[in-house]
Ligand binder design. Sequence first.
Ligand code: PEP
Ligand code: MG
Length: 594
Amino acid sequence: MLKKSNEEIVLKGIPAASGITMGQAFLLDQQDFIVSERAILPEEVAIEIARFEEAVDHTRVEIQNIKDKIASQVGMKDAQIFDAHLLVLEDCMLIDEVKKRIKSEQVSAEFVFSQVLQRYVSIFEKIQDEYIKERAADVSDVGRRVLKHLIGESRLHDFEALLGDIVIVAHDISPSDAVTMYNKRVQGFVTDVGGRTAHTAIIAKSLGVPAVLGLKDATFRISNQDFIIVDGRKGIVIINPSEETKHLYSKERERLAQFQETSLHMKDAPAETQDGRRITLQANFEIHDEMAGVKKYGAEGIGLYRTEFFYMNRLDLPSEEEQYQAYRKIAEAAAPNSVIIRTLDLGGDKFLSSIQLPREMMPFLGSRAIRLCLEEQEIFRTQLRAILRASAHGNIGMMYPMIAGPGELRAANAGLKDVKQGLREKGQSFNEKIPVGVMIEVPAAAMTADILAKEADFFSIGTNDMIQYTLAVDRTNEKMAQFYEPAHPAVLRLIRRTINAAHDANIKVSVCGEMASDPTLAIILMGLGIDSFSMSPASIPQIKRSIRALKFSDSEELAKQALRLSTGLEVEEFMVSAIKKLVPDFYSYDGQTR
Ligand code: PEP
Ligand code: MG
């Protein structure tokens, strides 16, 4: 259906990051290269041209490396795809035009290049020949690489130049783009694709930016500069809202702000049930300026530090020293509370500019997380050294993501042992007894939790992945959202099994996936015996309220009954109605619909 102008239209998607926001839509086309114009001095012309030539050379080497890697790992036939990319860089007309225009217009190389590139892409796209049309994608892909070398991926979109508050509307936003694009003007994210626990959703949460993902055709229904309201709690986007709707949402936004304000009063109160069961509430941490939020919302340390975001949006890998300084700083800021540093979890939906990995058919089932680290020992060991050195300065623990069984845990620990020995030989101090935990997010890990528990200091259950891998549902695929059921009996049974195995071995177990920040589901997890939760800092007050509203004995009874039910839906319905009976106003304070 085509949108009529000024008609109020409500779109329904997946609620990904809570909050209400309003602003002008800014449609981000994947082919867009938004680079601000920058004038240069006449004496800088030669430098700009040299910079451009260097960027082209780097891109050539980069593409050649990918081609070689694919040729050796997959075969020459697939590698030849990159010949078309290399040819773009040999296009004298394109290269010469850029150089000439830098000289004649005296503007930066990136600005001229982005202009020339857009023109080329649009010419190719208009040609009615499928083969030539495909060349537009090649040019745009190669162009993006050159731009990345010229200005760094983090500045590919320059939103500073825009006026007023905007909501980014895109077909897809990668987690690293979400971090990059965030500035005070970006008030919300709206996408066609994506799921509730996609890393873009997680990043939006930690940035405090409301997001609705998986709207399927938002980029078709919303036009640039449409005024839109984004309700991240309900997963609703309203295009061209009437004055009345705007007024209602403004009021609701105020109410939410007030709720958040009053929640903060409980910042220092313990997360303790009415019958004295104490749960530790920690923060998930992705972006370095989040420390203020960790303190503000009363988190008791950091239960999951997703270090991969430290590696993103840059052209090189962070050095050992750089990582050491960063980890140390965070540990010192969080002290005396602990910081659990998760080793690099790349792959799946998170990629780096600095490491070129071959494309995989199913990246979530491919070389991801610990598997990648075990392949790339240099990267892994550099990080381990940095974590260990930082452990001398604070209460640091570490954990491995996506462990599928004892074999991988042992392989990872063997690397750790070597790194420790190397540090000892150099006389560098570290905590010899640094706690080393295992993330339980693969069903195989849950099934072998009893074995893993004997070799780990703690468990942290990553429910985002555990749900995806147990139910065979891609967590980033909006079309599968209805099958992504956190309360599915299979998921609950694996969690119960993991908790019991941990406690039998006298180790603690936490949940650091999004399930921990859902008040209803958190009560089941508590009833199953979980020791701590880790979540985005802003979710902490609400979960603390939920824990304090109930008795632990009641949650145990509810969990027991929930685990007897047959479907995720039955579990959710049962929990909501049982909790409402016990605490009638349980769902009234967060403004959610239940
Ligand atoms: C998880 O899978 O639940 C988890 C916490 O890790 P991530 O979301 O980063 O994959
Ligand atoms: Mg995970």
